[in-house]
Design a binder for this molecule. Structure first.
Ligand SMILES: Nc1ncnc2c1ncn2[C@@H]1O[C@H](COP(=O)(O)OP(=O)(O)OP(=O)(O)O)[C@@H](O)[C@H]1O
Length: 346
C-alpha cells in the first residue's frame, strides 16, 4: 500500500494539522446541524481526507466500507450513453461529474434524485439524510451548476451535498450562497515536515533534516506530493547532500519548455506532441500540463513575453475545459508560444 493511503487519517481526531477546523467540524456535527458544504483549497491540502473523516464522524466506521460501481447513464433525448465510476457506502455516494463531460447535468440530477428516493436512514442523530459528494465541482458546466442548485433545494430534506473543488472562482454564486464554505488551506512547511518525520520514523527510515527540508520546499504545501517524494527515496540510501530529483512528468515538462525555446519548427512541434501523448497517457491532467509548462516557460522569458504566455495559457486552458480532445489544445498552445517566441527573436 502506498504511504499516502497507509498514513491517511480516517477521523477528525487523528488529523495532524488545522486542529481548530477539525474541532469546529466536530462541534457542528454534535450540535445537530449539518448544511450543504463547499470544501475548497489547493490540491493535496487534505480536502478529501477531511470529507471522509466528516462522514465517519456522522455515521461511524461503516461509512468507510466502500464499494466501487460503474454506472451507465442514458441521455433522455439521444441514444448515446456514458459510463461513470461511483464510490459509495450505505450512507453516501461520491462521484466525479466532470467525467461525464456534456452529460454532467443528467448525471447529477439522476444521482441526487436516486439518493433522495432511497429510504432514509433514520437512526442517525442528525436527521434522515444521505450525503452526495461531488468532486471537481468547479469543472461543471454552468447548466449543470444551475441544475444542481435546483436539485439541492428540492431534495434538501433527504440528502446533503458536499462539493469539493480547488477554487470557488468558477462556482456560481447561488451555489456558494447555499453552502457553508470550508477552506482547507495547504499545510505549512512545519506541518509537512512533522508528518514526513512521523512517517519516516514509523517506517524505520532515516530522514536527514536537509532532505526533509528539500522535500517540503519542493512539495509547496502539497502533502500528497511530499509523501510520494518521501516514498520514492525509500529504496535509495538517503544522503543528506543529494538533491531530490523532480518527478518524471515534471522532468518531461522541463524538457518540453526547453524544446519550445530551442527551435520553432514543425518537426519540433511533432516531437513535443509525442511527449504530450505520453503525459496524457500517464493521466497527467491537461490543465496541469498547461500550468506547469507556463511556469517553466516564464523562468526564461522577458516581461513582454511573460504577459503573452500567461494570456495564451489562460485561453487554451479554458479551451481544454470546454473541448473534448486535450491534445489539440496542448498542441495549439505550443504552436502559439513557438510563433510569438520566434517573432520576438526576429
Ligand atoms: N490531516 C492529515 N494528516 C496527515 N496526512 C494527511 C492529512 N490530510 C491529508 N493527508 C495526506 O495527504 C494526502 C492528500 O490528501 P487529500 O487527497 O485529502 O488531498 P486533496 O486536497 O483532496 O487533494 P486533491 O484536490 O488533489 O484531490 C492523503 O492521501 C493523505 O495521505
Amino acid at each position: 500500500m502506498l504511504w499516502i493511503d497507509k498514513y491517511k487519517p480516517s477521523s477528525l481526531d487523528s488529523m495532524d494539522y488545522h486542529l481548530e477546523l477539525s474541532q469546529n467540524l466536530k462541534n457542528m456535527i454534535t450540535s445537530g446541524d449539518f448544511p450543504h458544504l463547499l470544501v475548497y483549497g489547493p490540491s493535496g491540502a487534505g480536502k478529501k481526507t477531511r470529507i471522509i473523516a466528516i462522514l465517519k464522524q456522522i455515521y461511524g466506521p461503516n461509512a468507510l466500507k466502500l464499494k466501487i460501481d460503474h454506472r451507465t447513464f442514458k441521455h433522455p433525448s439521444s441514444s448515446k450513453s456514458i459510463q461513470i465510476t461511483t464510490i459509495s457506502s450505505l450512507y453516501h455516494i461520491e462521484i466525479n461529474p466532470g467525467e461525464a463531460g456534456s452529460y454532467d447535468r443528467i448525471v447529477i440530477q439522476t444521482i441526487i434524485k436516486e439518493i433522495a428516493q432511497s429510504p432514509p436512514i433514520d437512526n442517525v442523530a442528525l436527521g434522515p439524510f444521505k450525503i452526495v459528494i461531488l468532486n471537481e465541482v468547479d469543472k461543471l458546466s454552468k447548466d449543470a451548476q444551475h441544475a444542481l442548485r435546483r436539485t439541492m433545494e428540492k431534495y434538501a430534506k433527504y440528502c446533503r451535498i458536499i462539493l469539493c473543488c480547488d477554487s470557488t472562482a468558477k462556482v456560481i454564486d447561488p451555489i456558494k450562497s447555499r453552502c457553508l464554505g470550508i477552506r482547507i488551506a495547504a499545510p505549512s512547511n512545519e506541518d509537512v515536515a512533522k508528518i514526513l518525520n512521523k512517517v519516516a520514523s514509523t517506517e524505520k527510515f532515516d530522514l536527514p533534516d536537509k532532505t526533509c527540508q528539500q522535500i517540503t520546499t519542493q512539495a509547496k504545501g502539497n502533502l500528497r506530493y511530499a509523501l510520494l517524494l518521501l516514498e520514492s527515496q525509500r529504496s535509495k540510501p538517503v544522503s543528506a547532500n543529494a538533491d531530490i530529483p523532480l518527478l518524471d512528468w515534471e522532468t518531461y515538462i522541463t524538457v518540453i519548455a526547453k524544446e519550445i525555446t530551442a527551435s520553432q519548427t514543425a518537426d519540433q512541434l511533432k516531437a513535443i506532441r509525442l511527449k504530450f501523448y505520453e503525459l496524457l497517457g500517464h493521466c497527467i491532467p491537461p490543465e496541469l500540463i498547461i500550468k506547469s509548462l507556463t511556469l517553466e516557460l516564464l523562468k526564461s522569458l522577458d516581461s513582454n513575453m511573460r504577459y503573452q504566455v500567461i494570456h495564451w495559457a489562460a485561453y487554451y486552458e479554458h479551451r481544454c475545459q470546454i473541448g473534448a480532445k486535450p491534445i489539440f489544445h496542448l498542441e495549439a498552445f505550443t504552436a502559439k508560444i513557438m510563433s510569438i517566441y520566434k517573432k520576438s527573436q526576429d
